[in-house]
Design a binder for this molecule. Structure first.
Ligand SMILES: [Mn+2]
Length: 432
Protein backbone atom coordinates (compact mmCIF):
# COMPACT_ATOMS: atom_id res chain seq x y z
CA UNK A 1 0.00 0.00 0.00
CA UNK A 2 1.20 3.48 -0.84
CA UNK A 3 0.11 6.43 1.28
CA UNK A 4 0.76 10.12 1.82
CA UNK A 5 0.87 11.61 5.32
CA UNK A 6 1.30 15.05 6.83
CA UNK A 7 1.68 16.73 10.20
CA UNK A 8 -0.68 16.53 13.16
CA UNK A 9 -3.23 19.31 13.47
CA UNK A 10 -3.22 19.64 9.71
CA UNK A 11 -3.82 23.08 8.20
CA UNK A 12 -4.73 23.92 4.60
CA UNK A 13 -1.14 23.67 3.39
CA UNK A 14 -0.85 20.20 4.90
CA UNK A 15 -4.18 18.97 3.49
CA UNK A 16 -3.55 20.54 0.09
CA UNK A 17 -0.10 18.91 -0.07
CA UNK A 18 -1.66 15.59 0.85
CA UNK A 19 -4.12 15.68 -2.04
CA UNK A 20 -1.46 17.08 -4.34
CA UNK A 21 0.69 14.05 -3.55
CA UNK A 22 -2.22 11.80 -4.53
CA UNK A 23 -2.46 13.64 -7.86
CA UNK A 24 1.28 13.41 -8.55
CA UNK A 25 1.73 9.78 -7.46
CA UNK A 26 -0.98 7.58 -8.93
CA UNK A 27 -2.20 4.96 -6.51
CA UNK A 28 -1.13 6.90 -3.43
CA UNK A 29 -3.85 7.22 -0.79
CA UNK A 30 -3.96 10.50 1.18
CA UNK A 31 -4.20 9.75 4.90
CA UNK A 32 -5.41 12.39 7.33
CA UNK A 33 -3.99 12.81 10.81
CA UNK A 34 -6.35 12.55 13.80
CA UNK A 35 -6.75 16.32 14.06
CA UNK A 36 -7.42 18.75 11.25
CA UNK A 37 -7.86 22.47 11.88
CA UNK A 38 -11.34 23.96 11.80
CA UNK A 39 -11.15 25.70 8.43
CA UNK A 40 -9.58 22.79 6.58
CA UNK A 41 -11.97 20.25 8.06
CA UNK A 42 -14.95 22.44 7.03
CA UNK A 43 -13.59 22.38 3.48
CA UNK A 44 -13.18 18.59 3.54
CA UNK A 45 -16.62 18.05 4.98
CA UNK A 46 -18.34 20.11 2.24
CA UNK A 47 -16.35 18.30 -0.45
CA UNK A 48 -16.78 14.84 1.03
CA UNK A 49 -18.26 13.34 -2.15
CA UNK A 50 -15.48 14.70 -4.30
CA UNK A 51 -12.40 14.26 -2.14
CA UNK A 52 -12.00 10.82 -0.66
CA UNK A 53 -10.27 10.89 2.69
CA UNK A 54 -8.88 8.12 4.83
CA UNK A 55 -8.12 8.49 8.50
CA UNK A 56 -4.98 7.15 10.01
CA UNK A 57 -6.89 4.67 12.24
CA UNK A 58 -8.53 3.05 9.18
CA UNK A 59 -5.21 2.17 7.58
CA UNK A 60 -3.12 -0.92 8.15
CA UNK A 61 0.12 0.98 8.55
CA UNK A 62 2.21 -2.19 8.67
CA UNK A 63 1.23 -2.89 5.05
CA UNK A 64 2.65 0.40 3.77
CA UNK A 65 5.45 0.04 1.23
CA UNK A 66 5.78 3.59 0.02
CA UNK A 67 5.33 6.77 2.08
CA UNK A 68 4.98 10.29 0.74
CA UNK A 69 5.60 12.76 3.57
CA UNK A 70 4.36 16.30 2.93
CA UNK A 71 4.66 19.63 4.80
CA UNK A 72 6.61 18.07 7.68
CA UNK A 73 10.09 16.66 8.23
CA UNK A 74 9.86 15.28 11.74
CA UNK A 75 8.53 11.91 12.86
CA UNK A 76 7.25 13.39 16.12
CA UNK A 77 4.70 15.45 14.18
CA UNK A 78 3.22 12.46 12.30
CA UNK A 79 0.42 10.25 13.64
CA UNK A 80 1.38 6.58 13.43
CA UNK A 81 5.09 7.40 13.19
CA UNK A 82 6.06 4.52 15.54
CA UNK A 83 4.58 1.91 13.21
CA UNK A 84 5.82 3.55 10.03
CA UNK A 85 9.37 3.83 11.31
CA UNK A 86 9.45 0.08 12.02
CA UNK A 87 8.77 -0.91 8.40
CA UNK A 88 12.01 -2.22 6.88
CA UNK A 89 13.02 -0.73 3.54
CA UNK A 90 10.12 1.72 3.46
CA UNK A 91 10.44 3.92 0.37
CA UNK A 92 10.04 7.51 1.59
CA UNK A 93 9.65 10.67 -0.49
CA UNK A 94 9.53 13.94 1.43
CA UNK A 95 8.17 17.27 0.13
CA UNK A 96 8.76 20.03 2.61
CA UNK A 97 9.47 23.72 3.10
CA UNK A 98 10.43 23.84 6.80
CA UNK A 99 13.95 25.11 7.30
CA UNK A 100 14.66 23.23 10.55
CA UNK A 101 16.74 20.07 10.47
CA UNK A 102 14.78 16.99 9.43
CA UNK A 103 14.89 13.67 11.29
CA UNK A 104 13.05 11.68 8.62
CA UNK A 105 15.44 9.89 6.33
CA UNK A 106 13.86 9.91 2.90
CA UNK A 107 15.09 8.31 -0.34
CA UNK A 108 13.98 11.43 -2.15
CA UNK A 109 13.84 14.86 -0.60
CA UNK A 110 12.17 17.75 -2.39
CA UNK A 111 12.97 20.70 -0.19
CA UNK A 112 12.85 24.43 -0.80
CA UNK A 113 12.20 27.24 1.68
CA UNK A 114 9.05 28.37 -0.13
CA UNK A 115 6.14 30.02 1.68
CA UNK A 116 4.01 26.87 1.36
CA UNK A 117 4.75 23.19 0.86
CA UNK A 118 1.91 22.95 -1.68
CA UNK A 119 3.93 25.26 -3.94
CA UNK A 120 6.56 22.56 -4.49
CA UNK A 121 3.97 19.98 -5.53
CA UNK A 122 1.97 22.45 -7.65
CA UNK A 123 5.08 23.50 -9.58
CA UNK A 124 5.85 19.85 -10.29
CA UNK A 125 2.32 19.44 -11.69
CA UNK A 126 2.83 22.51 -13.84
CA UNK A 127 6.13 21.12 -15.13
CA UNK A 128 4.57 17.76 -15.99
CA UNK A 129 1.57 19.51 -17.59
CA UNK A 130 -1.17 18.09 -15.38
CA UNK A 131 -4.72 19.36 -15.90
CA UNK A 132 -6.43 19.80 -12.55
CA UNK A 133 -10.06 19.82 -11.55
CA UNK A 134 -11.20 23.23 -10.25
CA UNK A 135 -11.69 21.67 -6.82
CA UNK A 136 -8.12 20.44 -6.63
CA UNK A 137 -6.86 23.78 -7.96
CA UNK A 138 -8.93 25.61 -5.32
CA UNK A 139 -7.74 23.43 -2.46
CA UNK A 140 -4.09 23.78 -3.50
CA UNK A 141 -4.40 27.53 -3.77
CA UNK A 142 -6.04 27.69 -0.33
CA UNK A 143 -2.97 25.84 0.99
CA UNK A 144 -0.61 28.41 -0.50
CA UNK A 145 -2.76 31.38 0.50
CA UNK A 146 -3.06 30.21 4.10
CA UNK A 147 0.65 29.59 4.63
CA UNK A 148 1.71 32.83 2.92
CA UNK A 149 -1.10 35.11 4.21
CA UNK A 150 -2.36 35.60 0.64
CA UNK A 151 1.24 36.02 -0.56
CA UNK A 152 1.98 38.78 1.96
CA UNK A 153 4.08 37.03 4.63
CA UNK A 154 7.83 37.68 4.42
CA UNK A 155 8.34 33.95 3.77
CA UNK A 156 6.58 34.27 0.39
CA UNK A 157 8.77 33.49 -2.61
CA UNK A 158 8.26 34.11 -6.31
CA UNK A 159 7.65 30.35 -6.65
CA UNK A 160 4.56 30.63 -4.46
CA UNK A 161 3.24 33.35 -6.76
CA UNK A 162 4.08 31.28 -9.85
CA UNK A 163 2.21 28.32 -8.36
CA UNK A 164 -0.78 30.58 -7.65
CA UNK A 165 -0.67 31.73 -11.30
CA UNK A 166 -0.76 28.12 -12.47
CA UNK A 167 -3.64 27.29 -10.13
CA UNK A 168 -5.65 30.27 -11.35
CA UNK A 169 -5.14 29.01 -14.90
CA UNK A 170 -6.50 25.71 -13.65
CA UNK A 171 -9.65 27.55 -12.50
CA UNK A 172 -9.06 27.80 -8.77
CA UNK A 173 -12.10 29.54 -7.31
CA UNK A 174 -11.23 32.68 -5.36
CA UNK A 175 -14.64 33.09 -3.75
CA UNK A 176 -14.50 29.56 -2.33
CA UNK A 177 -11.03 30.31 -0.96
CA UNK A 178 -12.26 33.52 0.66
CA UNK A 179 -15.05 31.65 2.36
CA UNK A 180 -12.88 28.90 3.80
CA UNK A 181 -9.88 30.95 4.77
CA UNK A 182 -11.97 33.44 6.68
CA UNK A 183 -11.42 32.89 10.38
CA UNK A 184 -14.32 31.43 12.32
CA UNK A 185 -15.44 34.56 14.11
CA UNK A 186 -18.22 33.68 16.56
CA UNK A 187 -20.21 35.51 19.25
CA UNK A 188 -17.62 34.73 21.94
CA UNK A 189 -14.86 36.24 19.84
CA UNK A 190 -17.05 39.27 19.30
CA UNK A 191 -17.56 39.64 23.08
CA UNK A 192 -13.85 39.36 23.80
CA UNK A 193 -12.95 41.80 21.03
CA UNK A 194 -15.57 44.24 22.32
CA UNK A 195 -14.18 43.96 25.87
CA UNK A 196 -10.67 44.54 24.57
CA UNK A 197 -11.70 47.62 22.61
CA UNK A 198 -13.55 49.08 25.59
CA UNK A 199 -10.51 48.89 27.85
CA UNK A 200 -7.90 49.44 25.15
CA UNK A 201 -4.71 51.12 26.26
CA UNK A 202 -2.08 52.48 23.92
CA UNK A 203 1.48 52.75 25.12
CA UNK A 204 4.56 54.17 23.54
CA UNK A 205 7.49 51.98 24.58
CA UNK A 206 11.01 51.91 23.25
CA UNK A 207 9.87 53.59 20.04
CA UNK A 208 7.02 51.13 19.48
CA UNK A 209 3.32 51.75 19.78
CA UNK A 210 1.78 48.83 21.57
CA UNK A 211 -1.54 47.93 23.09
CA UNK A 212 -1.99 45.76 26.14
CA UNK A 213 -5.15 44.24 27.43
CA UNK A 214 -6.21 42.19 30.43
CA UNK A 215 -9.42 40.22 29.99
CA UNK A 216 -10.99 37.43 32.00
CA UNK A 217 -12.36 34.53 30.02
CA UNK A 218 -14.45 31.62 31.24
CA UNK A 219 -13.47 28.22 29.98
CA UNK A 220 -11.45 27.28 26.95
CA UNK A 221 -11.93 29.78 24.13
CA UNK A 222 -10.26 28.71 20.90
CA UNK A 223 -9.38 31.38 18.37
CA UNK A 224 -8.24 34.10 20.79
CA UNK A 225 -5.13 34.68 18.70
CA UNK A 226 -7.37 35.70 15.82
CA UNK A 227 -9.08 38.20 18.13
CA UNK A 228 -5.71 39.68 19.16
CA UNK A 229 -4.83 39.90 15.48
CA UNK A 230 -8.04 41.80 14.68
CA UNK A 231 -7.54 43.99 17.73
CA UNK A 232 -4.02 44.94 16.61
CA UNK A 233 -5.36 45.75 13.20
CA UNK A 234 -8.17 47.96 14.51
CA UNK A 235 -5.91 49.78 16.99
CA UNK A 236 -3.28 50.19 14.27
CA UNK A 237 -0.42 49.60 16.72
CA UNK A 238 2.95 47.96 16.09
CA UNK A 239 2.11 45.14 18.47
CA UNK A 240 -0.80 44.00 20.60
CA UNK A 241 -0.83 41.74 23.63
CA UNK A 242 -3.85 40.02 25.11
CA UNK A 243 -3.63 38.71 28.67
CA UNK A 244 -6.50 36.26 29.07
CA UNK A 245 -7.08 34.96 32.58
CA UNK A 246 -9.21 31.96 33.40
CA UNK A 247 -9.85 32.65 37.08
CA UNK A 248 -11.33 29.23 37.90
CA UNK A 249 -8.28 27.34 36.69
CA UNK A 250 -5.89 30.04 37.83
CA UNK A 251 -4.13 30.22 34.52
CA UNK A 252 -3.39 32.98 32.07
CA UNK A 253 -2.76 32.88 28.38
CA UNK A 254 -0.67 35.64 26.86
CA UNK A 255 -1.00 36.15 23.11
CA UNK A 256 1.08 38.63 21.15
CA UNK A 257 0.98 39.88 17.59
CA UNK A 258 3.45 42.23 15.94
CA UNK A 259 3.39 44.01 12.61
CA UNK A 260 6.93 45.39 12.70
CA UNK A 261 10.36 43.88 12.24
CA UNK A 262 12.02 45.20 15.38
CA UNK A 263 9.59 43.77 17.89
CA UNK A 264 10.05 40.01 18.02
CA UNK A 265 7.04 38.39 19.68
CA UNK A 266 8.58 34.92 19.56
CA UNK A 267 11.54 35.93 21.70
CA UNK A 268 9.33 37.83 24.16
CA UNK A 269 7.11 34.77 24.55
CA UNK A 270 10.11 32.49 24.96
CA UNK A 271 11.22 34.67 27.88
CA UNK A 272 7.81 33.94 29.41
CA UNK A 273 8.10 30.21 28.84
CA UNK A 274 6.07 30.12 25.64
CA UNK A 275 7.06 30.34 22.00
CA UNK A 276 6.29 31.61 18.54
CA UNK A 277 7.81 33.37 15.57
CA UNK A 278 8.75 37.05 15.09
CA UNK A 279 5.19 38.14 14.27
CA UNK A 280 3.11 35.89 16.52
CA UNK A 281 3.41 33.89 19.70
CA UNK A 282 1.85 32.89 22.98
CA UNK A 283 2.63 31.66 26.47
CA UNK A 284 0.52 29.86 29.05
CA UNK A 285 1.26 30.71 32.69
CA UNK A 286 -0.18 29.26 35.88
CA UNK A 287 -0.76 31.02 39.19
CA UNK A 288 0.39 34.45 38.10
CA UNK A 289 -1.00 37.86 38.79
CA UNK A 290 -2.13 39.33 35.46
CA UNK A 291 -1.08 42.82 36.59
CA UNK A 292 2.47 41.59 37.20
CA UNK A 293 2.32 39.91 33.81
CA UNK A 294 1.46 43.21 32.18
CA UNK A 295 4.46 44.84 33.84
CA UNK A 296 6.65 41.96 32.71
CA UNK A 297 5.59 42.44 29.09
CA UNK A 298 6.31 46.16 29.33
CA UNK A 299 9.76 45.35 30.70
CA UNK A 300 10.43 42.86 27.90
CA UNK A 301 9.33 45.30 25.20
CA UNK A 302 11.51 47.97 26.75
CA UNK A 303 14.44 45.58 26.77
CA UNK A 304 13.90 44.57 23.16
CA UNK A 305 16.78 45.34 20.90
CA UNK A 306 15.34 47.73 18.38
CA UNK A 307 15.91 46.71 14.81
CA UNK A 308 19.66 46.74 14.45
CA UNK A 309 19.57 49.83 12.27
CA UNK A 310 19.38 53.07 14.23
CA UNK A 311 18.86 56.50 12.83
CA UNK A 312 22.49 57.31 13.48
CA UNK A 313 23.34 54.72 10.77
CA UNK A 314 21.03 56.30 8.23
CA UNK A 315 21.24 60.00 8.90
CA UNK A 316 22.99 62.49 6.71
CA UNK A 317 25.68 64.69 8.23
CA UNK A 318 27.20 67.21 8.40
CA UNK A 319 23.94 69.05 8.08
CA UNK A 320 23.73 72.16 5.94
CA UNK A 321 22.05 74.81 8.04
CA UNK A 322 21.15 78.45 7.75
CA UNK A 323 21.06 81.23 10.34
CA UNK A 324 17.63 82.79 11.11
CA UNK A 325 18.61 86.09 9.52
CA UNK A 326 19.70 84.61 6.20
CA UNK A 327 17.82 86.34 3.37
CA UNK A 328 15.32 84.09 1.60
CA UNK A 329 16.97 84.64 -1.77
CA UNK A 330 20.14 83.15 -0.36
CA UNK A 331 18.22 80.23 1.19
CA UNK A 332 16.57 79.50 -2.16
CA UNK A 333 19.95 79.53 -3.88
CA UNK A 334 21.41 77.22 -1.24
CA UNK A 335 18.54 74.73 -1.62
CA UNK A 336 19.16 74.66 -5.36
CA UNK A 337 22.88 74.33 -4.98
CA UNK A 338 22.78 71.53 -2.40
CA UNK A 339 19.92 69.78 -4.16
CA UNK A 340 17.97 69.36 -0.94
CA UNK A 341 14.35 70.12 -0.30
CA UNK A 342 14.79 71.70 3.11
CA UNK A 343 17.24 73.03 5.68
CA UNK A 344 17.24 73.47 9.45
CA UNK A 345 17.42 77.02 10.71
CA UNK A 346 20.00 77.07 13.47
CA UNK A 347 21.29 79.61 15.93
CA UNK A 348 24.03 78.75 18.41
CA UNK A 349 23.54 75.05 17.80
CA UNK A 350 19.85 75.31 18.58
CA UNK A 351 17.33 74.37 15.91
CA UNK A 352 14.83 77.23 15.70
CA UNK A 353 12.93 75.95 12.72
CA UNK A 354 13.02 74.19 9.41
CA UNK A 355 12.61 75.76 6.02
CA UNK A 356 11.57 73.75 2.99
CA UNK A 357 11.02 74.50 -0.68
CA UNK A 358 7.35 74.26 0.10
CA UNK A 359 7.65 77.14 2.62
CA UNK A 360 9.38 79.24 -0.02
CA UNK A 361 6.41 78.89 -2.37
CA UNK A 362 4.65 81.26 0.03
CA UNK A 363 7.21 83.87 -0.91
CA UNK A 364 5.39 86.12 -3.36
CA UNK A 365 6.25 89.08 -5.48
CA UNK A 366 5.52 91.42 -2.57
CA UNK A 367 8.11 89.81 -0.33
CA UNK A 368 11.54 91.32 -0.50
CA UNK A 369 14.37 88.90 -1.38
CA UNK A 370 16.12 90.21 1.72
CA UNK A 371 13.38 89.04 4.08
CA UNK A 372 15.01 86.84 6.72
CA UNK A 373 14.24 83.15 6.54
CA UNK A 374 12.80 83.18 10.05
CA UNK A 375 9.69 84.83 8.60
CA UNK A 376 8.98 81.82 6.39
CA UNK A 377 10.36 78.89 8.32
CA UNK A 378 8.16 76.41 10.18
CA UNK A 379 9.06 77.02 13.77
CA UNK A 380 7.36 73.90 15.07
CA UNK A 381 10.34 71.59 15.00
CA UNK A 382 9.67 67.88 15.22
CA UNK A 383 12.90 66.23 16.20
CA UNK A 384 14.12 62.75 16.99
CA UNK A 385 16.91 61.04 18.90
CA UNK A 386 19.70 59.17 17.08
CA UNK A 387 18.84 56.03 19.04
CA UNK A 388 15.28 55.90 17.72
CA UNK A 389 14.30 53.37 15.13
CA UNK A 390 13.31 53.94 11.56
CA UNK A 391 9.67 53.09 12.28
CA UNK A 392 9.44 55.96 14.73
CA UNK A 393 10.95 58.37 12.20
CA UNK A 394 8.56 57.21 9.48
CA UNK A 395 5.63 57.60 11.84
CA UNK A 396 6.56 61.18 12.75
CA UNK A 397 7.00 62.11 9.11
CA UNK A 398 3.59 60.75 8.20
CA UNK A 399 1.89 62.24 11.24
CA UNK A 400 3.24 65.76 10.72
CA UNK A 401 3.51 65.55 6.93
CA UNK A 402 7.16 66.53 6.92
CA UNK A 403 10.03 65.27 4.83
CA UNK A 404 12.90 65.64 7.28
CA UNK A 405 13.63 65.35 10.96
CA UNK A 406 16.57 66.97 12.71
CA UNK A 407 18.38 64.46 14.89
CA UNK A 408 19.18 65.97 18.23
CA UNK A 409 21.50 64.63 20.87
CA UNK A 410 22.14 66.53 24.14
CA UNK A 411 20.43 69.56 22.63
CA UNK A 412 22.80 69.59 19.64
CA UNK A 413 21.93 69.01 16.01
CA UNK A 414 24.01 66.03 14.91
CA UNK A 415 22.31 64.99 11.70
CA UNK A 416 19.17 64.90 9.66
CA UNK A 417 17.00 62.10 8.41
CA UNK A 418 14.92 62.54 5.30
CA UNK A 419 12.06 60.74 3.64
CA UNK A 420 14.43 59.32 1.06
CA UNK A 421 16.69 57.91 3.82
CA UNK A 422 13.65 56.12 5.22
CA UNK A 423 12.64 54.81 1.80
CA UNK A 424 16.16 53.54 1.19
CA UNK A 425 15.91 51.60 4.43
CA UNK A 426 12.40 50.24 3.82
CA UNK A 427 13.34 48.96 0.38
CA UNK A 428 16.57 47.51 1.68
CA UNK A 429 18.80 49.74 -0.39
CA UNK A 430 21.30 50.51 2.35
CA UNK A 431 24.80 50.35 0.91
CA UNK A 432 26.97 47.81 2.76
MN1 LIG B 1 3.24 24.45 5.50
Amino acid sequence: MEIAVTHKNADFDAIASLFAAAVLYSGVVPVLPKNVNVNASAFLSIHKNLLTVHHVDEIDLAAVTKLIVVDVNNWARIDGADQLQRIPGLDIHMWDHHPDSPDIRANRVIYEPTGAATTLLALKMREVGIQLSPIHATLFMAGIYEDTGNLTFPSTTSKDATAVGYLLEQKADLSVIRRFLRPTYGPRHKDVLFEMLKSAKRLSLNGFHISLNRISVEGHTPGLSMVVDMFRDIMNVDAAFGIFTETKRDRTMVIGRSAVDGLNIGSIMRSMGGGGHPRAGSAMLKFVNPVALEEWIIELVNGTQQSSVQLSDLMSFPVFTVAPDTPISQVAALLMEKGCTGLPVVEENKVLGVVSRRDLTRVNRFSKPTTPVKAFMSSKVIQISPRSGVNEAARLMVKHDIGRLPIIEDGRLIGIITRSDVMRYLYDLIPD
